[in-house]
Design a protein around this ligand. Structure first.
Ligand code: 5GP
Length: 139
């Protein structure tokens, strides 16, 4: 079963495509959080960022980088929130990597990315040091 986004890539279901190249496609979100809310995806189906090969990741970032100013200018936004829901536990519903570019406006009533947090952990210096060292060792 291909994802709904693969069906958009294949032209099987309609979408308002705003940019495409060999590796990536960008289109308007069907249920926008703001005017201009755009999704950027790799043409090929990868469920999570963790699954995306390096060359595709680079192309994906290039497209995000290209689209952020285009989206902001087109809807006269003051800013954008740019984010991935990377995995079900993070709220990802469509299992095909996609970057949300959400235009933001002064006084739009939305929050910063910090608003995603539930209970914040109370971590001591030793725990922070251990976590940092562990991430570094895997990077
Ligand atoms: P997620 O929660 O997986 O990060 O976000 C999925 C996004 O895809 C949602 O913002 C949703 O509105 C959007 N979406 C779901 N189905 C479709 C569709 O068929 N077409 C378009 N353009 N967007 C969709």
């Amino acid at each position: 079963m291909s994802t709904i986004f693969s069906q958009i890539v294949e032209g099987e279901i309609p979408a308002r495509i705003v940019y495409e190249d060999e590796t990536t496609v960008a289109f308007l979100d069907a249920n926008p959080l703001a005017p201009g809310h755009t999704l950027v995806i790799p043409r090929d189906e990868y469920e999570r960022l963790n699954d995306v090969p390096d060359d595709v990741a680079a192309a994906l970032y290039d497209t995000v980088h290209r689209l952020v100013p285009a989206v902001e200018e087109s809807v006269d936004a003051d800013a954008t929130t740019v984010a991935f829901n990377n995995g079900k536990a993070a709220g990802q519903e469509v299992p095909h990597v996609h970057c949300h570019i959400v235009p933001r406006f002064e006084g739009d009533g939305g929050g910063p990315i910090h608003a995603i947090a539930g209970d914040r952990p109370d971590l001591g210096d030793d725990e922070l040091d251990d976590i940092a060292a562990d991430i570094e060792s895997r990077s």
